[in-house]
Ligand binder design. Structure first.
Ligand code: OGA
Ligand code: ZN
Ligand code: ZN
Length: 367
């Protein structure tokens, strides 16, 4: 039997605060029936709201509040499903929603699919998008080798994030490059665009040709590297969550800068992002002790991020498209020799839309 305390509802073991219940009323006066969205703001509710009476049926609990005399009906199941659960405070970007990996953990099989199946089969599509959320990436094979296809891939789960590099960018060696991307040099594990706010949370790279020697891709689970640092050197981990690092990019047309820690935590203290690219780190203008502590911690994180056992290596073949979480997965490429024989097209997009597409697909796939 649900009972009342002085002001709240005691339902089984759980005490639901009166203000929480009043705020979550589902009646037609409180919520627009079409959208389910609330029609009031928090200050429209009495500050001293209390549950004055409670009655129940087999599947519902009816409450009357004072001082407004408002009546609310809560399905018992809804109360149980929304009972306090601190882990529900984390979102799909937090480490608890992830499966951390080192290269050897993926020898059983990479998260991958063939484009034809991905397009035709919603279950295949759902499995691929779920892999991006859980493992941080998916590899699609057989994506037609036409320029611009990378945008079509992004369209299947979200919206292209246009930047100063365009809606898409060509990753190939070019004369007068404005970015190391456009050379044949080695690029060590990093996240892209750390100088952008907000940072693009997804990146796609579609391979049109890769006949050059070298030009292999490496992926590293940056959350795993951060979790190792936390386990082995908690003080260094803390430093990287608290030190604002200036990142910048500058060319003839753009001057982008932002300040952000290397490791971002969510409000509950869990890892929710890494931002790591020494190419773009600007001079830290902090006191001597903070700078020296930062560099020691930064080096300790990098040592883990660069550990060969963490890095998954493969060579993109024409038609391959890798989609990865740019707030988690560090990507790298080895040097390549000849100009003109390696051509990738890339674009950015965002994880929130990918998660939304997966949730909507789940409605179809699970029914
Ligand atoms: C980059 C980059 C990947 C590649 O330029 O930032 O990661 O495979 N390139 O060339
Ligand atoms: Zn109501
Ligand atoms: Zn990159």
């Amino acid at each position: 039997m649900p009972t009342l305390t002085a002001r709240d509802l005691l339902f089984g073991e759980v005490r639901f605060p009166a203000v929480w219940l009043r705020d979550n009323c589902h009646c037609r006066d409180c919520r627009d029936p079409g959208t389910g969205q609330k029609l009031f703001g928090i200050t429209d509710l009495a500050e001293e709201v209390v549950v004055a009476t409670v009655s129940e049926s087999a599947d519902e609990v009816t409450l009357e509040f004072q001082p407004d005399g408002h009546r609310s009906v809560f399905p018992r199941e809804w109360l149980l499903a929304n009972a306090p659960d601190p882990s529900a405070a984390t979102d799909h970007r937090s480490e608890t929603a992830k499966q951390l990996w080192a290269a050897a953990d993926l020898t059983e099989g990479l998260p991958q699919a063939v484009w034809r199946d991905y397009v035709a089969d919603p279950r295949c599509r759902a499995a691929c998008l779920e892999a991006v959320l859980r493992l941080g990436f998916v590899l699609l094979h057989g994506v037609p080798g036409e320029p611009g296809m990378v945008l079509r891939v992004a369209d299947t789960f979200g919206y292209v994030r246009e930047t100063n590099y365009g809606r898409l960018f060509d990753v190939q060696a070019k004369p007068n490059p404005n970015n190391l991307a456009f050379t044949g040099l080695t690029i060590t594990p990093h996240t892209d665009n750390p100088y952008r706010d907000p940072v693009p949370t997804l990146q796609l790279l579609h391979c049109l040709s890769n006949a050059a020697d070298g030009g292999e891709t490496g992926l590293v689970d940056g959350f795993h590297a951060a979790a190792l640092l936390r386990a082995e050197d908690a003080a260094a981990f803390q430093v990287l969550t608290r030190t604002p690092v200036p990142f910048a990019f500058r060319d003839n047309e753009a001057e982008l800068r932002t300040c952000s820690p290397i490791i971002e935590l969510d409000p509950t203290g869990l890892i929710r992002g890494v931002r790591f690219s020494n190419r773009h780190v600007q001079p830290l203008r902090l006191p001597y002790d903070e700078v020296t502590r930062f560099y020691a911690a930064y080096r300790a994180f990098a040592a883990r991020a660069y550990a060969p056992n963490l890095q998954l290596n493969f060579k993109l073949a024409p038609g391959d498209c890798v989609v990865f979480d740019n707030t988690r997965i560090l990507h790298a490429r080895t040097a390549f020799s000849s100009v003109g024989e390696r051509h990738l097209q890339g674009c950015y997009a965002d994880l929130d839309s990918l998660a939304s597409t997966l949730a909507v697909l789940g409605r179809e796939v699970n029914t």
